[in-house]
Write a protein that binds this ligand. Sequence first.
Ligand code: ADP
Length: 489
Amino acid sequence: MTISERLTEPALFKTGAYIGGKWTSGDKSFPVYNPANRQTLADVTDVGAEGAKTAIAAASEGLKRWKKTSPFERCRVLLKWYDLIQRYSDDLGTLITAEMGKPLREAKGEVAYGAAFIEWSAQEAARVHGETLPVAAPGARGWTLRQPVGVVSCITPWNFPAAMITRKAAPALAAGCSIVIKPAPETPLTALALAELADRAGFPAGVFNVICGDAQDLGPVMTGSPEVRMIGFTGSTEVGKLLMRQAADGIKRVSLELGGNAPFIVMDDADLDAAAAGVAQAKFRSGGQTCVSPNRIIVQEGVADAFVGRLQAKIASVKAGDGFDSASDIGPLIHDEAVDRVDALVKSAVAGGAKVLTGGQPLADELGGSFYAPTLLDGGSFDLEIARSEIFGPVASVYRASDETQIVQLANDTPYGLAAYLYTRDIGRVHRMTEELDYGMIGVNAPMVGSASTPFGGVKESGIGREGGKWGVEEFTELKYVLLAGVNG
Ligand code: ADP
């Protein structure tokens, strides 16, 4: 069955570019694969640098109208987009599973999670406002305006093909910005389906644009064009640094959600069953390919054996397989290079003294796609490469440490600072440790930290800016100050 045959609404299967309210296709294209079986799903138009320029010009036109629209109107259009996404949640889930690999129920969960940002941002549109300020001069008045930043370039990754777009697009559009989105080349089909639904929702031409193509061609135009005032990016720290350098020339605003090296800390007073379930939940979402995935599971020595036993039982029952098979708990990795990278990390950890308790090998031959076995490693040293870099795969790696002070020091010993997890029932520890951990988000006895109403983002090399909640919308606004001299002043 082809991908469009799987959809209830085949018109959501798009392979062109959505620019200035119109679908276009070009001569140049690139293939999109299903990582579960390596079959080609589609050939998608590569718009090249010229296409990126056209999209930015269209967004500049769209901005003129959209920024003057009433926030109540923006709210209505956004809610319409939200409703359409909910209506076609099964189809969007199908596209995500096909091009990214995650199990279908998880893909639909991502659609709901992503849609929640649209609903929240829509309602927030009317709450963007300035303030009246006291000023010294007699009779004078000062006030602030919150205005849209302008045209925003959004560059998104493949691990959440829908949510990483809605998390940027919705607040930007709510604030009155226009956007040009470049999805990852691995997962353009979900992005293009979202564009089709945005078109039906009624965003004016040019407000919402999606273009695909080679990052080397599109990237410099999306960061360098003078009309672009902000770059919203989720992806690797390496590319985030490059984009920030490119943005520096035009002093453009950046919002960057970058890599992580999340510690998952289990203290000796923790509920060990809840902690093991929490690791499994946080670790295997998107096959371990999330920036908030627990990367270093740090357990206090006294409970380490008991905890590892529980975790091993959980991980041994995690089943890898095609995301369209309802028996699969995790899908494939995004491609074969990802499998090779994860395998190399595991092999070097084992050479460095870690023990494989379950998994520890690619499943590509057995399952016919880019699969890696759900894996548990124990006893590694914090100096291993696997503890230093982002694993981005279904490998849980446990480390042992003695006391609170040492655990906080080890947890913070990384250039990253996105998410951390802390399992303890001691309220004193909760306060001390959450204040000392250098992370943007901390889940205490909670394995999932992100939601539409809360700030998502990191410190240190994990990024700048926050997505979600009122902060997410504020990112896309400029604060302007107006002083009106007193008539008799
Ligand atoms: P990953 O390694 O997980 O694919 P990347 O940071 O490479 O993460 O990719 C995230 C997004 O950034 C994708 O849309 C990708 O195409 C884009 N990207 C990669 N390199 C560049 C670049 N030089 N300029 C602009 N975008 C880029």
